[in-house]
Ligand binder design. Structure first.
Ligand SMILES: [Zn+2]
Length: 76
């Protein structure tokens, strides 16, 4: 598998995913991803993308302005 953008090499890692909603910001830490060693673009597996959607959905009604979630803890 090669980078979709620059065809660079990819490596496994984790990233911090930030979602900005109308009323709040959701920060998901330790999200597993595949990152391009050349341009730094990161990609999520389908499974991870679905999980992220679920996390955002469950916290989107939160009254807190900023929510920090640990992906590793949520996905277990
Ligand atoms: Zn790239």
């Amino acid at each position: 598998m090669r980078c979709f953008f620059c065809k660079g090499g990819l490596e496994k890692g984790t990233t911090t995913h930030v979602v900005t909603l109308e009323k709040c910001i959701i920060i998901v830490k330790n999200v597993p991803c595949t990152r391009c060693t050349q341009c730094g673009e990161s990609f999520f597996d389908d499974e991870v993308a679905i999980q992220l959607e679920e996390i955002v959905k469950s916290f989107s009604s939160s009254m807190m302005e900023i929510t920090v979630v640990n992906y590793a803890g949520r996905a277990a």
